[in-house]
Write a protein that binds this ligand. Structure first.
Ligand SMILES: Cc1cc2nc3c(=O)[nH]c(=O)nc-3n(C[C@H](O)[C@H](O)[C@H](O)COP(=O)(O)OP(=O)(O)OC[C@H]3O[C@@H](n4cnc5c(N)ncnc54)[C@H](O)[C@@H]3O)c2cc1C
Length: 255
């Protein structure tokens, strides 16, 4: 169901900001199994003093060694950070382990991790009171950060696919949150059907900002559903593929 926009509703805009990119060496200070399928790693390093992450869905690169000792990079969301305390939290979803997931599974306090970026932020700006956040476990860090950074007059509906009830997370926020959890095994994370069954029953007004992040084809299907089937205004939607089934992330540079 959609509702007409009032003439007073100004569409949101996305402002791009670039940041200086450099590698920051960090040390693991704590490893916490937040839920069965999420590992939270706390990091610290003097170089965090001037770390910038201007948008909750920013990403940085973690730099790790691949099986042959070659450098590999993977995208992760700065879940929480403090320049004052020089700290950073990263949440790693547990799935068929590539090098980044394996690094997180093996991580212990005292281990080193180099990060690069974020090289920029795409900041969604405007008077947005209603959000629909849709994603899988890899999107949970960005969803959680956005909800925790929101003011009390903001209303969120979240539709999040996770393996089971123990993987649910709660967020420390003044905003209102209506959570819909979808349970499906990690092996089904690249299927759109579990989302589609639920999404069709979710009411979305035209002044709701729809944010989507999941596996590439799932993201594409959901984006099409909102833009084509529901005729949701395109400048009230942002969608990103966070990983591709059967394909390792082979980013070679973060500059
Ligand atoms: C902007 C952005 C922000 C992101 N933030 C986070 C974050 O904060 N936390 C997080 O956990 N992930 C996040 N991701 C996703 C993460 O970068 C990928 O899941 C990445 O592929 C993991 O690297 P890897 O080395 O473990 O696996 P890779 O070597 O890249 O891939 C190995 C195999 O695992 C499969 N695979 C990758 N991800 C998944 C998955 N989620 N479920 C099932 N199979 C998978 C691949 O298809 C491939 O077959 C983000 C991605 C983007 C683009």
């Amino acid at each position: 169901m959609t509702a007409a926009l009032t003439s007073a509703t100004t569409p949101p805009t996305v402002r791009r900001v670039r940041h200086e990119t450099r590698i920051r060496p960090l040390e693991v200070t704590a490893v916490d199994r937040l839920t069965p399928h999420m590992i939270r790693i706390a990091l610290r390093g003097d170089d965090m003093a001037d770390f910038i992450s201007a948008s909750p869905d920013d990403h940085l690169k973690v730099l790790i060694d691949g099986p042959e000792g070659e450098r590999q990079m993977r995208d992760y969301t700065p879940r929480r950070f403090s320049c004052e305390d020089q700290t950073l939290l990263l949440d790693f979803a547990v799935h068929d382990a590539g090098p980044a997931t394996q690094w997180a599974l093996d991580a212990r306090p005292g281990d080193q991790l180099n990060i690069g970026g974020p090289r920029g932020s795409r900041i969604i700006e405007g008077d947005i009171r209603n959000w629909l956040l849709i994603g899988d476990e890899t999107a949970l860090p960005a969803i959680g950060r956005r909800i925790e950074e929101a003011s009390a007059d903001t209303q969120f509906t979240t539709v999040i696919a996770i393996p089971g009830p123990d993987d649910r997370q709660t967020f420390d926020t003044a905003a209102k949150v209506n959570s819909v959890w979808i349970y499906r095994p990690v092996a089904d994370a690249a299927k759109a059907e579990p989302f589609m069954k639920v999404i069709e029953d979710v009411t979305v007004t035209d002044d709701t900002f729809v944010w989507i992040a999941a596996e590439g084809l799932v993201t594409r299907g959901l984006r099409q559903h909102f833009l084509d089937t529901r005729q949701h205004p395109p400048n009230w939607l942002k969608a990103a593929g966070y990983w591709v089934k059967g394909q390792a992330d082979t980013t070679e540079s973060f500059e």
